[in-house]
Design a protein around this ligand. Structure first.
Ligand code: DGI
Ligand code: FE
Ligand code: FE
Length: 196
């Protein structure tokens, strides 16, 4: 499936502004894939379908979480967290994508997680820095994204956590796991550079 075919399949599921966001995420993700030597075809598909379930009926998503044995604690957190994991299920069932690497990049694109693959990091970061985003501090993340993929992801996670804290919003455990894991990775890299 090429980019054009994938975009045609996702378009009917999204509002116009979300479809535009999806195309910008895809362009951004492809740039990152080239920069960090990841498979462009896989990155492209994961990015095109990352928000596939964004506008699914909440009751339907609740049913998928239960019937597909997704983590039950999702149900006690904000429903905004559901479209990633449910999206991965639906992209497999409805679009027929079976590549687990791609499905996981969709699954974890909102929260991140511990031990993200390069593909997961690229989609996670592209979603945060695509040119339509206007988060406080996003320009600094865009700069770092071109220097170090882990540093870019770390800054995106840190900003997201800070934003959620400022709004007294609950923070999903995977978001904290992403933060801790990326911080450790960056610190280890610095240590190696100092000793190297
Ligand atoms: O789907 P998008 O709008 O393109 O972006 P997204 O999937 O990254 O994020 C959707 C929302 O989820 C965003 O407003 C931030 C929020 N979010 C991310 N991590 C967490 C979270 N919300 C809660 N409550 N807890 C989290 O850990
Ligand atoms: Fe999303
Ligand atoms: Fe998105």
């Amino acid at each position: 499936m090429n980019r054009e075919e994938a975009l045609n399949l996702v378009e009917p599921h999204l509002k116009k502004t979300r479809f535009e966001h999806t195309k910008r995420v895809t362009d951004t993700a492809v740039d990152l894939a080239k920069l960090y030597n990841e498979d462009v075809g896989k990155v492209e598909l994961a990015a095109v379908f990352h928000d596939y379930a964004k506008y699914r009926d909440l009751e339907e998503m609740r049913r998928w979480i239960i019937s597909e044995s997704l983590p039950k604690d999702l149900l006690t957190f904000h429903h905004e967290l559901w479209h990633g994991p449910v999206g991965a299920i639906l992209v497999k069932k409805e679009i027929g994508i079976n590549d687990q690497m791609i499905l996981n990049a969709i699954k974890y694109h909102t929260t991140g997680k511990k031990d993200m693959t390069k593909l997961e990091k690229i989609v996670y970061l592209a979603d945060y820095i695509e040119p339509g985003r206007d988060f406080p501090g996003v320009d600094k993340v865009r700069e770092q994204a071109e220097v170090d993929l882990d540093m870019g992801c770390f800054m995106a996670t840190k900003n997201t956590i800070q934003f959620l804290l400022s709004k007294n919003q609950p923070i999903y455990p995977d978001t904290f796991h992403a933060y801790n894991d990326l911080l450790m990775t960056i610190k280890n890299k610095w240590r190696e550079e100092m000793n190297g």
